[in-house]
Structures are given as structure tokens and as C-alpha cells.
Design a protein around this ligand. Structure first.
Ligand code: AMP
Ligand code: ZN
Length: 136
């Protein structure tokens, strides 16, 4: 993808703070971290989002997320870690190249990720459950 900034970063064409690299992924420090140590896992092959990414790579990204999360947790002495992966503008995705956020969290930090849960009726739960099951 000629115009994709994460393709260029993943390929090494644009400098980045790389903490890990193998044949499939590059892991960089986020340029605007939620907390120090916030990393992004980038596949070198372009896929806009999880729906485009090869299933085997989704699995490999999850395994790598665990490895990076463990290293970040120790390196910055984090109290917790969020692993976040946004798909689509409505979900907060701003760069259309699949990436996994590994975000260190500290007790009392003011990073905002949670929203209040919606109240659904039993009927609404039943309907949405059946709709999802029908798509699997
Ligand atoms: P998302 O909103 O899930 O698409 O996340 C995109 C992330 O990429 C944001 O956290 C940005 O701060 C980060 N980002 C954007 N451009 C760069 C860049 N050139 N180098 C490192 N991180 C970047
Ligand atoms: Zn790309």
C-alpha cells in the first residue's frame, strides 16, 4: 500500500522507535502514548483491519501481544495492561492498517477507555444473541 504510513513504518522506510521485529511484525512505540511504554504491533503485510487480516496472523499477533505486554509490564513497572485493537472509524480506528495497542496502566492513571454499560431488556439480549449466533 503506497499511501499507508504503517506499511512504510513496518517496512523500515520511516524511522520509528522499534522495540521488536521479526519477519512478520514490527513493534513500535506509539507516537502519542496513553502512558509511557504504549506499543503498537504492526504486521508488515498490509491489512486494513481484523476482517482483512489472515486468520493465522491474527493468532500470531495475539501471541506476540502477550510477549510484548509481559516485557512492557516489567519495563515500566505497570500495574495492568490493556490490549486494544480498533476496527473502523466508529470504533476509534484512525490508521487503516491493522494494529494492536499494548497499553501499560497504572493505579489511578486517568486514561479513559471504559464507558458506562447500556441497559438492555431480556428481549433485547435474546434478540442480539440469536442474531450473532446466526452469523457464526
Ligand atoms: P488507532 O486509533 O487504533 O487507529 O491508533 C492509531 C495509533 O497510531 C494512535 O495511538 C497514534 O498515536 C499512533 N500513531 C499514528 N501515527 C504514528 C506514527 N507515525 N508513529 C507511531 N505511532 C503513530
Ligand atoms: Zn498498510
Amino acid at each position: 500500500m503506497d499511501n499507508c504510513i504503517f506499511c512504510k513504518i513496518a517496512a523500515g522506510g520511516i524511522p520509528s522507535n522499534t522495540v521488536y521485529e521479526d519477519e512478520i511484525f514490527r513493534v513500535i512505540l506509539d507516537i502519542a502514548p496513553a502512558n509511557p511504554g504504549h506499543c503498537l504491533i504492526l504486521p508488515k503485510m498490509h491489512a486494513a483491519d481484523i476482517f482483512e487480516l489472515d486468520e493465522a496472523l491474527v493468532g500470531k499477533a495475539a501471541v506476540l501481544a502477550k510477549k510484548i505486554a509481559s516485557a512492557v509490564k516489567k519495563a515500566v513497572k505497570a500495574d495492568g495492561i490493556n490490549i486494544i485493537q480498533n476496527n473502523g472509524a466508529a470504533a476509534g480506528q484512525s490508521v487503516s492498517h491493522y494494529h494492536v495497542h499494548v497499553v501499560p496502566r497504572f493505579n489511578g492513571d486517568r486514561v479513559q477507555l471504559n464507558t458506562e454499560g447500556k441497559a438492555l431488556s431480556d428481549e433485547e439480549f435474546a434478540k442480539i444473541k440469536e442474531a450473532i449466533i446466526a452469523e457464526l
